[in-house]
Design a protein around this ligand. Structure first.
Ligand code: HEM
Length: 523
């Protein structure tokens, strides 16, 4: 009698063998195929990444708190060259001149596993898989995000920035988390733009600190969900309220935000005409569009609005944090910026600077562009699949159906384009012809057909906030408080970027207090 027969009665033995050995043998066969006959087998890269998606999952879910595969992919490029197989089905290209997969002609789709499993079952433009569905959904949003419509919201953005300035000033002498404050500003700008009235996050006493922390928990769960067949997010969404509250102290705020969004969407669906003298909101715009009826249901419109608001908050918040930190860390550059604003204000003879005035100023443009280049608000790779044409990279033919991705920070950090790329140098953008050359490689808004819709709104918000906070007429001056680079620099990639540390904190002093009225000699 064999050992197996002792431990497993004859009747059970075959089922145990089947249970254990068949999946193991199948898995080994799959690995063997991936390393030998798979058309991607001859692409360079670590064998372990070619064998199994678990390698990526380890970096994304566990290593150093998760969200670290982007750094590992950078290392792979240093070792294997510009094209690397980073998981069994995906090649990643780090070459500032290559963008074939993002061209209109590629009609590329977004890989479902990467987007849908991360964002959950919320059918929005951002997660539209096929090129055709994306074009259908993006059409009416283009109308809403048209420059002529966005410009109408400049007064709203200005008054929100005024509110931010008042609230920060009132905290004089106490540390202020600008990471939290800027996220509230960005949320109010996004919700005000979507629904005509901001949700009021800037009024929240702690600048919604708990809520901002909870965003990180949600994106971590989303990352786990991506690597567990999209199963975790539905579990999270169906969790009983008392468990959710225990897990997440900001649950109440998350629920409030979702319910407020839902009631705004319902209200606009019930009243699809804008009230006299007001702009149609995003839901009314979509309702009035030629989208088919099944694209105008409540779940669809809620998902779209949710996606627009989420897309605009972490990103703009991180950008403002990075720009402020770089300026505060470089007093000489802060002085140049303030001097430029002083001259511009003088030229207006006391009238307030408008966005159109600020946008023309060369130094602040250099500051914002350097921020966009270095802040890395979306360190995620941007994967695409070409369903019906092969692509080429050098001597490599990338078969149709392969996921192909690039990361914009590879371009932003390319020393062949940006000299000393890790340095914050607004001056590199001053010369107009050099600016034109560099602009072609400034890609924070993504690439190709899926380019960010909110870039003009975010640009307005950024220019105006920076101009207001660093203007000689700002009622206070800021200095870093107990903040190191690792507190605010992007470290984790959970689609958006998140720092390792607590964020950017500043200490605020009234402009008249002990410094000369201009604050120029503050440092
Ligand atoms: C600094 C701020 C921002 C950055 C860096 C940024 C970056 C991006 C990037 C990289 C994408 C492409 C993602 C992909 O290919 O999967 C994107 C898409 C998108 N962004 Fe932004 N974004 C910012 C602000 C905003 C704002 C303020 C809004 C709206 C209020 C917004 C709305 C959107 C939408 C709707 C999409 C999806 C577009 C589509 O799929 O056609 N973004 N953004």
């Amino acid at each position: 009698m064999g050992a197996l027969d002792v431990f497993f009665p004859t009747v059970l033995a075959p089922s145990w063998v089947t249970f254990l050995l068949v999946p193991a043998a199948t898995y080994l066969a799959v690995i063997f195929y991936r390393l030998t006959f798979d058309p991607l087998a001859r692409f360079p890269g670590p064998k372990i990444a070619a064998c199994t998606g678990l390698y990526e999952a380890y970096y994304q879910c566990f290593k150093e708190g998760g969200g670290r595969y982007w750094v590992e992919v950078e290392k792979m490029h240093r070792q294997y060259g510009p094209i690397v197989r980073i998981n069994p089905r995906e090649v990643h290209i780090s070459d500032s001149q290559w963008n074939d997969v993002y061209k209109y002609s590629s009609k590329a789709s977004k890989p479902k596993w990467f987007y849908f499993r991360f964002f959950g079952k919320f059918p929005s433009t951002n997660v539209a898989e096929s090129h055709e569905l994306h074009q259908l959904r993006r059409g009416p949003l283009n109308t809403y995000f048209a420059s002529s419509n966005i410009q109408k919201y400049i007064p709203m953005v200005t008054s929100l920035i005024d509110k931010l300035v008042d609230r920060v000033h009132a905290l004089e002498g106490r540390p202020v988390s600008l990471s939290d404050a800027y996220r509230c500003l960005a949320t109010d700008v996004a919700t005000g733009f979507a629904f005509g009235k901001p949700f009021g996050n800037l009024d929240e006493p702690t600048f919604d600190h708990e809520f901002n922390l909870s965003v990180r928990t949600v994106v971590k769960v989303s990352t786990f969900s991506r690597h567990t067949y999209g199963l975790l997010l539905p579990v999270l969404h169906s969790m009983p309220e008392r468990f959710a509250r225990k897990m997440n102290p900001a649950f109440g705020r998350v629920k409030w935000l979702m319910e407020t969004m839902q009631s705004c969407v319902r209200r606009s669906m019930d009243k699809p005409e804008a009230a006299p003298g007001t702009n149609p909101d995003v839901v009314q715009t979509l309702m009035a569009s030629n989208l088919p009826a099944h694209e105008k249901t409540f779940p669809r419109l809620f998902s779209e609005t949710r996606s627009v608001i989420m897309a605009g908050t972490e990103t703009t918040g991180s950008l403002l944090v990075a720009i402020t930190a770089y300026i505060l860390n470089h007093p000489d550059k802060m002085e140049k910026l303030r001097e430029e604003l002083r001259q511009a204000e003088k030229a207006k003879a006391g009238a307030a600077l408008q966005y159109s005035d600020i946008r023309e100023l060369p130094y602040i443009t250099g500051v914002v562009n350097e921020g966009l280049r270095l802040a890395n608000p979306t360190p995620t790779r941007l994967p695409r699949v070409c369903p019906d044409q092969d692509l080429t990279y050098g001597s490599y033919v990338i078969p149709k159906g392969t996921t192909v991705s690039t990361c914009v920070q590879d371009v932003h950090n390319d020393p062949a384009i940006f000299d000393s790329p890790s340095e914050f140098r607004p001056e590199r953008w001053i010369d107009p012809s050099e600016r034109r050359r560099l602009n072609r490689y400034l890609l924070p808004w993504g690439r190709g057909m899926r380019l960010c819709l909110g870039m003009e709104l975010a640009t307005i918000d950024t220019y105006m906030t920076v101009a207001r906070l660093f203007s000689p007429s700002c009622p206070f001056r800021m200095r870093m408080h107990d903040t190191r680079d690792e507190d605010w620099k992007i470290y984790h990639e959970f689609f958006s970027g998140f720092p390792k540390g607590k964020g950017l904190e500043v200490m605020v002093t009234s402009a008249g207090n002990g410094i000369n009225g201009t604050g120029l000699n503050y440092y």
